[in-house]
Design a protein around this ligand. Structure first.
Ligand SMILES: [Zn+2]
Length: 286
């Protein structure tokens, strides 16, 4: 078993960074003060191996709203097949694709062996609590896999006039509260510190035990105090390590995580134990 599981990884490859991202990703890297770099799957795998961590790699499909090509579930399944010691795959489907999305999510889980589904409501331009998408959440619940929703501000389109036309409103955590209430059997992960709605996210997780959150995309040094406090106490079983590679380096995240004040047993839960339980790695047969 690795020493940690990174619950939030994008392919740092041409397919995601350049082809599926275009201006959105260029602006994200500029906003974050990082150089836009492209790696191969093998280079990514080598990084995760060197750090002795596993990574949950996300597919990407925001075709309807962005007009950009997707990073297919087959592509991510291919990375997992090639580097099974370091990668676990999560699917992506564009919720606006209706019946196709329902079929694709089943195929991705059942046939391709992916272990969860990632949504980005800002890029995909939808409200998670819109009833038109409820069949999709029902299908994810039936398949028994966790569902990740981006919450809070995004680097995509950040720092330019009009934010590349993206709307932050879709990523307000409160929309997830409806989904969590209506699908108690569904495990929901809010991705990233949910700034500027951090306390809203914490309230939802306190109220509903099927709600988790990952800590990706931010240096732990800059976590809002409420996030740190609840991670160290009442929500210690629901907080998950995530980096948001390639936008944030897992190496830096882990280094900065060392410097924050958390109980040792909480540290272990955040880095590894919570993710292992959530992904059912013990009972996994792959
Ligand atoms: Zn991300």
């Amino acid at each position: 078993m690795p020493r940690a599981i990174d619950m939030h990884v994008h392919p740092g490859t041409q397919e995601y960074v350049i082809d599926a991202g275009a201006e959105l990703h260029r602006h994200a890297f500029e906003y974050l003060g990082r150089k836009l770099e492209v790696e191969t799957g093998a280079e990514m795998a080598a990084l995760y191996r060197r750090l002795d961590i596993m990574g949950v790699v996300f597919a990407w499909d925001a075709e309807t709203a962005t007009g950009l090509p997707r990073v297919s579930n087959d592509y991510v399944a291919g990375l997992v097949r090639e580097f099974p010691d370091v990668f676990i795959g999560f699917a992506s489907v564009d919720p606006w694709k209706g019946k196709w999305a329902l079929k694709e999510v089943e195929r991705a889980i059942v046939e391709l062996g992916l272990r969860g589904v990632k949504f980005q409501p800002i890029a995909q331009a939808f409200y998670p609590n819109d009833r038109r998408f409820y069949p999709l959440w029902a299908e994810c619940a039936r398949l028994g896999v966790p569902v990740v929703f981006h919450v809070g501000i995004t680097g995509l389109g950040a720092g330019v006039r009009g934010g590349d036309g993206l709307h932050l409103k879709y990523a307000q955590p409160l929309h997830l509260d409806d989904v969590a209430a209506d699908f108690p059997e569904l495990t929901i992960i809010g991705a990233h510190p949910a700034w500027p709605w951090q306390d809203e996210m914490l309230a939802i997780a306190l109220h509903k035990t099927n709600v988790y959150f990952d800590l990706s995309g931010w240096s732990p040094k800059y976590f809002p105090p409420s996030l740190l406090r609840y991670t160290n106490s009442l929500l210690q079983d629901r907080a998950l390590f995530g980096s948001d590679y390639p936008f944030f380096s897992p190496e830096r995240w882990l280094r900065d995580f060392e410097t924050i004040d958390l109980k040792p047993e909480v540290r272990e839960k955040v880095l590894f134990t919570n993710a292992r339980k959530l992904l059912r790695l013990d009972e996994a047969s792959r």
